[in-house]
Ligand binder design. Structure first.
Ligand code: F6P
Length: 323
């Protein structure tokens, strides 16, 4: 099949490295004489026919900028068959040969629906949550963890000066990667993540253990949705006698310029995407494992085996918890 026109969209939560990927895709497309279109506002824009032709001038200065120049959206309606059908029709009318989707698991499910409508799709993992388990790394995760670490370190310094404890909430939706990597990197004391949940009583018990062992400002990192951190901070203050504050790390994790690691990843993912397109191989998700870029069927990517770093979690336990 001869490929002339490709399109790219970003979907779900934005992730640092999306713009870098767009930059590389457009530059390689120009070298290969492929027309490349951006779809504005993710699947919502696809449904509403929001196509913009991209060129190298438009993307010249975006590589180090967070967010996504194509904008993104959360678009629940894309679960409806008629919405997917119309979106596929829009792609056909535009004579787009391949659609590149950059996003997380919801975006991958959207990609699978389009494949079922006969659309050629390549999916690139872009989500700070790092919750696509077939790949070791998703775009944005490295930057988000670094952002979370700077935030946590700053707050820890002031808390420790006043002998206060602090409970942090980090993002991750149903994935504990940001919590684990930021807790390890900033030497926090207790962690609560969905991959190995603990009860409120266990959490309080672990904080008490820190205090009994002369840690006057214990730090707790909680993945969002695990606990109400305000309540936890109040209870910890009551139970331990240490003044506990709470702090939601929040959207700072998703903003800002991509790290070098995320930019390098973006470059690798974009190159592999174009290689697949040139080889006429579609409906693949790009990933990286043990530093090697690979691709698998998008549907299989969604059901891939669980790939959580239990070694790192065990190391964290070994350093912090009583036997
Ligand atoms: O998927 C990325 C993410 O930042 C999650 O960590 C978080 O749960 C969610 O998006 C927040 O979504 P929104 O920006 O729609 O509030």
């Amino acid at each position: 099949m001869e490929i002339n026109k490709i399109a790219v969209l970003t979907s779900g939560g934005d992730a640092q490295g999306m713009n870098t990927t767009i930059n590389i895709l457009v530059r390689i497309a120009a070298l290969r004489k492929l027309e490349i279109f951006g779809v504005m506002n993710g699947y919502k824009g696809l449904y509403n026919n929001e196509f913009v032709e991209l060129n190298t001038e438009m993307v010249a200065n975006i590589s180090s900028i967070g967010g996504t120049i194509l904008k993104t959206a959360r678009f629940e309606d894309f679960m409806k068959k008629e919405v997917v059908e119309k979106s596929a029709e829009n792609l056909r009318k535009m004579e787009i040969d391949v659609l590149i989707v950059i996003g997380g698991d919801g975006s991958y499910r959207g990609a699978v629906s389009l494949v079922r409508e006969g659309i050629n799709v390549i999916a690139i993992p872009g989500t700070i949550d790092n919750d696509l388990r077939y790949t070791n790394k998703c775009l944005g995760f490295d930057t988000a963890v670094n952002n979370a670490c700077s935030y946590i370190e700053n707050v820890k310094q002031t808390m420790s000066s006043l002998n206060r404890g602090v409970v942090f909430e980090v993002m991750g939706r149903y994935c504990g990667d940001i919590a684990l990597y930021s807790a390890v990197s900033t030497a926090c004391d207790i962690i609560a993540i969905p991959e190995k949940p603990i009860t409120k009583e266990e959490l309080i018990d672990r904080v008490k253990y820190c205090v009994e062992n002369k840690n006057h400002s214990p730090t707790v990192v909680i993945a969002e949705k695990m606990f109400d951190i305000r309540e936890i901070a109040e209870e910890l203050t009551k139970e331990t006698g240490v003044d506990f504050k709470y702090s939601i790390v929040g959207y700072i994790q998703r903003g800002g310029k991509p790290s070098v690691a995320d930019k390098a990843l973006a470059m690798q993912f974009a190159v592999r995407t174009i290689e697949l397109i040139e080889d006429g191989i579609f409906n693949r998700a790009i990933g990286i494992r043990d530093d090697k870029v690979f691709d698998i069927e998008i549907e299989k990517a969604l059901s891939a085996e669980y790939n959580f770093n239990y070694d790192l979690l065990n190391l964290f336990y070994m350093l912090n918890y009583k036997k």
